[in-house]
Design a protein around this ligand. Structure first.
Ligand SMILES: *Cc1c(COP(=O)(O)O)cnc(C)c1O
Length: 380
């Protein structure tokens, strides 16, 4: 089955007890045993829930995995996967990852005795040189948030294979519609389903997809043991969202490409970050491993902070809000919003400056979005 068909029908059967076409919300904490020691496959919703199971099977199919866990948030997914590591282990993490991921490894995991090196993952020998005897994991994001850097997945998988390291890809920005990291040798995929998979800005959720049965079992064990799973209602909303993922991604990406070119020509803008632009350093790699370039566009405004604040406060259709990936277009300021959890020196080193603005392109008409940006940019 093609992606679009799988998104609608994958893992989803009419409900066996009623024939309901759409997967019901099994809003129950517990399940009655048929007899002592005998269940109908479910006993307690932290461990497993029928609504959640359908979402997990669907996401696993879309990513080409061997099993998945749906979690309460994207960070719950990441925390669960990070707990595959033990005290004394070392992880290499992309230097321009989501602010919350940076905080998880730089603060929470470090306090638990897991060391982390943040590194730009664009050079095979630099990556190889960063591997230590206790390195266990490479963690990456492609395209990265908010700079849209592209990581060559085959290169990372090759280095990891040589040193027997686990590889984790945060596939939130690309989604399995545009990129399937497991096809390139990545071991684990994580998602913030809050973003494109749900797509309607009405859920926070996450997912973990494992490339092998053995890893799926480990992650399932941790999700249950740590109590990180998603609620049945949130799973139901994400299931509903995924049905339109392909068509949303296609349209949002097409609009993003037009907006990136518009911004590139604008005299109030000094720099545009979008992997679909030919002069983006990751353009070729993205073209090779992805089916498209996504719908997040970042740019730098000329002038001081006043100019930045003026743009952020003057847009009307673009709402000033964190998050991305929904049908509503959003505008945000990484340095004070999505990446405020990253210390300023780290932000500056990797290029998240005060002039940087990030757009998440939604489903509104491109003409209206450009008009909105134009009136906000005038006079900055
Ligand atoms: C939002 C986001 C997360 C965190 O997900 P939550 O659902 O907010 O916990 C992780 N990674 C990326 C790339 C994100 O954009």
């Amino acid at each position: 089955m093609k992606f679009e068909t799988l998104a609608v029908h994958g893992a989803q059967q009419p409900d066996p007890s009623t024939g309901a076409l759409i997967t019901p919300i099994y809003q129950t904490s517990t399940f009655v045993f048929e007899d002592v020691g005998k269940t109908r496959g479910y006993d307690y919703s932290r461990t497993s829930n029928p609504t959640r199971k359908v979402l997990e099977d669907l996401i696993s199919q879309l990513e080409g995995g061997k099993g998945a866990c749906a979690t309460a948030t994207g960070m719950a997914a990441e925390t669960t996967v990070a707990c595959l590591l033990k005290q004394g282990d070392h992880v290499i993490c992309g230097d321009d990852v989501y602010g919350g991921t940076y905080r998880l490894f730089d603060s929470v995991m470090r306090d638990l005795g897991v060391d982390c090196t943040f590194l730009r993952l664009d050079d095979r020998s630099r990556l190889g040189a960063a591997v230590r005897p206790n390195t266990r994991m490479i963690w990456l994001e492609t395209p990265s948030n908010p700079l849209l850097n592209i990581v060559d997945l085959e290169m990372v998988a090759e280095v990891a294979g040589k040193h027997n390291l686990l590889t984790v890809a945060d596939n939130t920005f690309a989604t399995p519609y545009l990129l399937r990291p497991i096809d390139y040798g990545i071991d684990i995929v994580v998602h913030s389903t809050t973003k494109y998979l749900n797509g309607h800005c009405d859920v926070v959720g996450g997912a973990i997809v494992a490339s092998t049965e053995e890893l799926a079992e480990k992650v399932r064990y941790l999700t249950n043991a740590m109590g990180t799973p998603a609620s049945p209602f949130d799973c139901w909303l994400v299931l509903r969202g995924i049905k339109t993922l392909a068509i949303r991604m296609r349209q949002q990406e097409a609009t993003a490409a037009v907006i990136a070119r518009y911004l590139k020509k604008h005299n109030r803008i000094s720099r545009v970050y979008y992997p679909g632009l030919e002069d983006h350093p990751g353009h070729e790699t993205a073209g090779r491993q992805m089916k498209g370039f996504g719908a997040v566009v970042s740019f730098e405004v000329k002038g001081g902070l006043e100019a930045v604040n003026s743009v952020l406060s003057k847009t009307g259709i673009f709402a000033l809000a964190e998050s991305l990936g929904g049908v509503d277009s959003l505008i945000e300021h990484p340095a004070t919003m999505s990446h405020a959890s990253m210390p300023e020196p780290a932000r500056e080193t990797i290029g998240i400056g005060p002039q940087l603005i990030r757009l998440s392109i939604g489903l509104e008409h491109v003409d209206d979005l450009i008009e909105d940006l134009e009136q906000a940019l005038i006079g900055t």
